[in-house]
Design a protein around this ligand. Structure first.
Ligand code: AMP
Ligand code: MG
Length: 357
C-alpha cells in the first residue's frame, strides 16, 4: 500500500473509531444523564476503553484536569497488573508459573487477590477467582464461544479451587496446581473504582462520578449539593434503559446480568457468569443482581456471587453486613430489594412486581 493510501485509510479508521466512541458513550450515558444539571468550569470528564470496558470519569475540582489524567493513569496501571491477556501482567506471571514457583507481585495485586479469596470463603466458593480454565473453555464473548462437552467441563472443574491460591510473605503468590488460571473479571473493576475513590479523597476532590460499564461509583454529592442519581439497567432491554433509580452520595452501584455477554443456542442463553459447582452458566432464576454499597469491591464481587447463589441464599448472606443492599431481578418479573432501599430507590417499570425484604 502506498503511503498516501495508508494515510487515507488511517484517517478513515480514526473517524470510524471516534464515531463508535461517541455512540457507545451515549448509549451508556443514561446513568450520567440523570445528573446533568451541573455546569461548572472546574469540571473535567473523559472516557477511555480500559479493563475491557468503556470507562467514564467526571471530576469537579480546581485541578480536575490533572486529577482526571492521573485517574486514567491509575486505571492503566491496574490494568497492566491484572489483565490475564497481557503476558507481562502480574496475573499472567502467576498463571504461567502455576505449580512452578511463587511469584512476587505489586501491593495492589496482592491485596486484590487476598480480597478475592475472602469473597470465595464468604460465598462458599460461588465466587472463585480461579475460574480461569472454565472461562477459557466456554469462551463466552469471544470468537471461540461454544458449549463444551461434559468431559471438558469436568476436566476444567478439577482445576478450579480458590483454596489452591496460596500466599507467602513479601507479596508472593502461587497457584498450587498445574494449569490453574486466575481470572479477576468479577472484581477488578470494583477494586479499580475503590482505588480511584481513595485517590480522590487524598486529593480532597469534592465530587466525582465513575462509570465502568455496569459499575458506577460516586464520590461526595453532586456539585449543587444534591444526591447523585444512578440508574439500574433493565436486564431485558438494550443498554441505557433502566428499571430503577437509586439516589445517594458516596455509593457504588454494581450490576451483574445475563445480558452482558452471552450466546444463544436452541433457545438457551449461555452467559458469562459461571457456576463453579456445575461448570455451566448460573441458572438460579436471577437475571440481574445489583449491589449498592459504599465499597465497590464488595459490590462487584457480590453482584457476581449473588447471581449464582439465588434469591434466598443472597438475602441470608447479606444479613450480616450493614452496608450492603441488593436488588435482584428474577425471570418471572419479580424484583426483590433490601427494605433499606425504600427511601432512596424509585422503581420505574411496572412490568415488575417489587417485594422488599
Ligand atoms: P461480573 O460482570 O462482575 O459479574 O463478572 C463476570 C466475569 O467474572 C466473567 O466474565 C468471568 O471473567 C468472571 N467469572 C465468571 N464466573 C465467575 C465466578 N463464579 N467467580 C468469579 N469470577 C467469575
Ligand atoms: Mg462482579
Amino acid at each position: 500500500m502506498s503511503f498516501k493510501k495508508f494515510f487515507f485509510a488511517l484517517i478513515i479508521i480514526i473517524i470510524i473509531i471516534s464515531g463508535m466512541y461517541i455512540i457507545s458513550g451515549n448509549q451508556k450515558e443514561t446513568k450520567q444523564d440523570l445528573n446533568n444539571s451541573d455546569n461548572q468550569i472546574t469540571k473535567s470528564e473523559g472516557s477511555e476503553f480500559l479493563m475491557d470496558t468503556l470507562i467514564r470519569i467526571r471530576i469537579h475540582d480546581e485541578n480536575s484536569k490533572q486529577i482526571l489524567e492521573e485517574a486514567f493513569n491509575k486505571v492503566r496501571f491496574l490494568e497492566n497488573l491484572l489483565s490475564k491477556t497481557n503476558p507481562e501482567s502480574d496475573i499472567s506471571n502467576i498463571n504461567n508459573n502455576a505449580k512452578i514457583k511463587y511469584v512476587s507481585v505489586e501491593d495492589e495485586t496482592y491485596e486484590l487477590l487476598k480480597e478475592a479469596k475472602y469473597f470465595s470463603n464468604l460465598t462458599n466458593g460461588a465466587f472463585d477467582p480461579s475460574i480461569g480454565p472454565l472461562v477459557k473453555l466456554w469462551g463466552i464473548g469471544t470468537e471461540d464461544q461454544k458449549i463444551p462437552s461434559d468431559e471438558e467441563i469436568q476436566k476444567a472443574l478439577e482445576l478450579i479451587n480458590y483454596k489452591n491460591i496460596i500466599f507467602a510473605e513479601d507479596n508472593k503468590v502461587m497457584l498450587s496446581e498445574d494449569s490453574m488460571m486466575i481470572d479477576l473479571g468479577a472484581i477488578a473493576k470494583g477494586f479499580a473504582a475503590d482505588y480511584l475513590i481513595k485517590y480522590f479523597k487524598e486529593e480532597n476532590v469534592e465530587s466525582a462520578f465513575i462509570n465502568m460499564g455496569g459499575n458506577v461509583s460516586v464520590h461526595g454529592k453532586k456539585i449543587d449539593g444534591s444526591d447523585w442519581k444512578v440508574g439500574i439497567q433493565d436486564p431485558d432491554q438494550s443498554r441505557g434503559n433502566i428499571i430503577a433509580v437509586v439516589e445517594g452520595s458516596d455509593i457504588s452501584v454494581v450490576t451483574s446480568g445475563n445480558y452482558e455477554r452471552y450466546f444463544t443456542e436452541d433457545g438457551i442463553r449461555y452467559h458469562h457468569i459461571l457456576n463453579p459447582e456445575t461448570g455451566y452458566p448460573a441458572w438460579n432464576k436471577i437475571i440481574s443482581s445489583t449491589i449498592i454499597s459504599s465499597d465497590s469491591s464488595y459490590a462487584d464481587a457480590l453482584s457476581t456471587s449473588l447471581y449464582i447463589l439465588g434469591v434466598e441464599k443472597s438475602f441470608d448472606l447479606i444479613k450480616e453486613f450493614d452496608h450492603i443492599y441488593i436488588v435482584l431481578v428474577t425471570e418471572d418479573n419479580m424484583i426483590y430489594a433490601s427494605k433499606e432501599l425504600k427511601e432512596i430507590t424509585t422503581f420505574t417499570d411496572d412490568r415488575f412486581t417489587v417485594q422488599y425484604r
